[in-house]
Design a protein around this ligand. Sequence first.
Ligand SMILES: [Zn+2]
Length: 307
Amino acid sequence: MAKTQFNSIIDLINKFPNEQACLAQLKELRWKDGIYCPHCGFSEKIYEFKDGKTFKCASCRKKFTAKVGSIFEDSPLPLQKWFLAIYLITSHKKGISSVQLAKDINVTQKTAWYMLHRLRHVSQTKSFNRSLSNTVEADETYIGGKEKNKHADKRTKNNQGRSTKTKTAVIGVKERGGNVKAQVVADTKGKTVKNFIVENVVIGSNLMTDEYRAYRGLGFAYTHDYVKHGKGEYVKGFCHTNGIENFWSILKRGIVGIYHFVSEKHLNNYLAEFAFRHNTRDLEESVRFNLFLENCQGRLQYSELIA
Ligand SMILES: [Zn+2]
């Protein structure tokens, strides 16, 4: 872990006043186990140029900087703006809109939108996605326009409750006192729900759900207990799903209050963003920031986003 500590946005600006300082931090975090060539993976012999930021691989002879192979690679923006954006998106509990980010770091809204999508892409990185264990709550929710707010002839019939005609189904799991994982699903039928849980929760864990029938039949893999929400039962001793439900309410408030509208196509990215924030909530600002930077590999093309 880099020694650099900061606890405010002023600190961040002072610690990383220019491109050189940002690149040095990126170099330290991305290559903490030693520099390797992002083109061919070679690590035995890398030349370092006198400018302090350019490297050359002795094997493939290609030059590179710490930005190559990262989400910053082909961005013309100064890294300081990216660092500020990372700070803002990871430290604001409910996230930040592209309109606000554009104002805060003085870029166009389109650029801010693209930056936020690249940053969400980082929160989907595998290293943030280990399986959950011990006691795990599972629940599903629905994101989308409320039917009652729509004009009568725009309403869809039979859309209340668990229908996915105009709403998007999301399923999530949360380890008690630990991490959340959530994902968009095509439906909330038994097979879909069970596949998600088995993929994301270690076999043998204690599983807490409500009485929804899709959760039935998981006793072969878990110690499964449930509360009967339909009968007004929300806590039964140790059994409840309050943790994952709290996550849903923060997510929904965020989507309505900050982002206003999230298309189904991008919803998984928002889920990853909210999960990252939740899962790193107890870390100091600088530790969370550095963890994010460490995982900034992988590019995301504009064409992929708008496809
Ligand atoms: Zn190379």
